[in-house]
Design a protein around this ligand. Structure first.
Ligand code: SF4
Length: 330
């Protein structure tokens, strides 16, 4: 049987090149090799304060972005978490077999809890819901960035605990394996923090060529290149060189290296070439997104179909789980 992968993404609104390169572009390739489930995790999003109207908009925009970026609903199962109630049902069950200590020592919990005045139980139990997301589909593989490895480890603990208690002879849940995303984390255009829309150091996937240039022009480059005649070192260029490696052809990347080290061009010339590469890749995505934005009913219908496909698997898992736990089926 084809291996199954599960990926979740927060409904953060419009995609930007950070989450596109770090996750989504990878999924677009993986959907051809694996039975792929992609879930917009809106139940995770409500563990911190939010405005309902804003969440609705961000969820829709994320779906549009994923479809425009190349997630094919004929190949992958794309759906919204709250449309498949089995996620929270299984999460409750997993809460009963997850040691509190495991949750309290999660780095992300400690970071997020430190920023809240009052910490809600949902924030602590977030990784339990994440375990339910993955194990509901009995996914073998989870594509993750490095910051997600600890959560995935918790999903493996949950699978192990549940199997030991309720399915000791033949493990029912696989212990999902991490598949690290090939792209290293992309630093923001300020050369400092991780790319984030709230900091404003990234490029939105739907931005126009002019807007992209406005972002690239002031981006931080190798500090050694003060003048055009100063030779640079691409590896010390925190922003433009990594983006060339993501968006430009191998020949162009080579040209960048030669011209940078040999001071054969200035950083603005280099940025213009990157701009052309980015516009070439992002224009079709922006055009597809505009088509989808013009027809919101089509997006809703795609998500509904995705939820039906997801529920077919999820309800079977819940029936198996309940049977093994002595819980009557509805
Ligand atoms: S020439 Fe290009 S790679 Fe070199 S420092 Fe400037 S922007 Fe970066």
């Amino acid at each position: 049987m084809m291996s199954r992968i599960f990926s979740g993404i927060q409904p953060s609104g419009e995609l930007h090149i950070g989450n596109y390169l770090g996750a989504v572009k990878n999924w677009v390739g993986l959907q051809h090799q694996f039975d792929t489930f992609i879930c917009v995790v809106n139940y995770h999003a409500i563990t911190i304060p939010y405005a309902p109207e804003d969440l609705r908009r961000r969820t829709h925009e994320m779906a549009v972005g994923l479809l425009a970026a190349g997630i094919d609903p004929e190949k992958a199962t794309l759906f919204v978490q709250s449309m498949v109630p089995e996620h929270t049902e299984l999460a409750w069950i997993f809460n009963t077999i997850t040691p509190l200590g495991e949750l309290e020592r999660q780095t992300q919990f400690k970071e997020k809890a430190g920023r809240q005045e009052q910490v809600m139980a949902g924030l602590l139990n977030y990784p339990v819901l994440q375990a339910a997301d993955i194990l509901l589909y009995r996914a073998d593989i989870v594509p993750v960035g490095e910051d997600q490895v600890q959560h995935l480890e918790l999903s493996r603990v949950v699978a192990r605990n549940w199997n030991a208690r309720f399915s000791p002879d033949e493990p029912y849940f696989p212990e999902p394996q991490a598949r690290l995303t090939p792209m290293r984390r992309i630093v923001g255009l300020d050369g400092q923090a991780k790319m984030s829309k709230s900091i404003g150091n990234t490029v939105g996937l739907m931005e126009s060529p002019e807007q992209i240039w406005e972002k690239l022009r002031p981006a931080v480059t190798d500090p050694a290149r003060k003048r055009k005649t100063d030779p640079g070192e691409p590896e010390r260029c925190p922003t433009i060189y990594p983006l060339h490696r993501a968006f430009s052809s191998p020949d162009t990347v080579l040209e960048v290296e030669v011209n940078c080290r040999g001071a054969k061009w200035g950083c603005i010339d280099c940025k213009k070439v990157l701009h052309a590469s980015m516009v070439a890749e992002l224009t079709p995505i922006r055009e597809r997104a505009a088509e989808l934005e013009a027809d919101p009913a089509r997006v809703t219908e795609t998500l509904e179909r995705g939820a039906v496909k997801a529920r077919a698997v999820a309800s079977q898992t819940m029936a198996d789980v309940k049977t093994r736990m002595g819980l009557p089926l509805a």
